[in-house]
Design a protein around this ligand. Structure first.
Ligand code: M1P
Length: 260
């Protein structure tokens, strides 16, 4: 197999390598294993490391084993947009949103979002509406403790009623530039809030000097989606995909000389 030097291929997770929050399928994983023999590969997800590991690590492992597996399996793992960064199995860097924006601003955001969600009427509401992570705050109107069916139902409901888009618009209008935050939809039921510039391009500072070509594959590449900035960044060659099969189809054309 020919090795292509100094090429990095970065992948978003949900919608690009897996269905939303579900484990990677063996046939997709197999292509990535073959790709790693040719180029350097990495993941850049909005989710935290345990969630990425659950989907991309060895299935059946407990969370800490799955984390060990995923950080070994991929050359780079950038969780929470790269705010938690691993290279070759070791922690490279970790950033904290609370240190960066401070407790007061953080509470303003959380209190406002909880207030907004308290007056939202949805087909169902469950628990865990605000998830605090290292580098971002995840806001989830239906509640992260919903079942897979409730998740899928909310996804379909949101596609019609634009609950998340309207919510983000309202938060932006309410705070203006006061919080200096950005908001992006990365998955099916929630949106992420993070300091401006802490989108997925954040991870590029760890790799831009070491590679001649950096490919990026993502599904949420439209403005407002959490792949948009890195997809359109001049440092990457962006590919917008419809689903994991589409990703594999493009990989085969680009790296395995298959034309369809
Ligand atoms: O990977 C993209 C997103 O995955 C999850 O989204 P949801 O639960 O809405 O499907 C979240 O972990 C989110 O933070 C992340 O951006």
């Amino acid at each position: 197999m020919t090795t292509i030097n100094k090429t990095l291929v970065l992948f978003d997770v949900d919608g690009t390598l897996t269905q939303f929050r579900l484990p990677i399928k063996p046939e997709i994983s197999e292509v990535l294993t073959k790709l790693k023999e040719k180029v350097t590969i990495g993941l850049v997800g909005g989710s935290d490391l345990p969630k990425i590991a659950e989907q991309m690590g060895r299935q059946g492992d407990d969370v800490s084993e799955a984390i060990d597996d995923v950080i070994q399996r991929y050359d780079y793992v950038f969780a929470e947009n790269g705010l938690v960064a691993y290279k070759n199995g070791s922690l490279l860097a970790k950033e904290s949103i609370v240190n960066y924006i401070g407790e007061q601003k953080l509470q303003k955001l959380i209190n406002y979002c909880l207030g907004y969600m308290s007056s939202l009427e949805l087909p169902v509401k469950r628990g865990n509406f605000v998830e605090f992570r290292n580098g971002l705050i995840n806001i989830c109107p239906v509640g992260r403790s919903c079942s897979q069916k409730e998740r899928d139902d909310f996804g379909a409901y949101d596609a019609i009623h634009k609950i998340r888009e309207k919510f983000i618009k309202d938060v932006k209008q309410h705070f203006g530039d006061e919080l200096d935050l950005n908001y992006a939809i990365g998955g099916q039921i929630s949106f992420d809030c993070f300091p401006k510039g802490w989108d997925k391009t954040f991870c590029l500072k760890y790799v831009e000097k070491d590679f001649d070509k950096i490919y990026f594959f993502g599904d949420k590449t439209q403005p407002g989606g959490n792949d948009h900035e890195i997809y359109s960044d001049p440092r990457t060659i962006g590919h917008s995909v419809k689903d994991p099969n589409h990703t594999i189809q493009i990989l085969k054309q680009l790296f395995f000389n298959e034309n369809k």
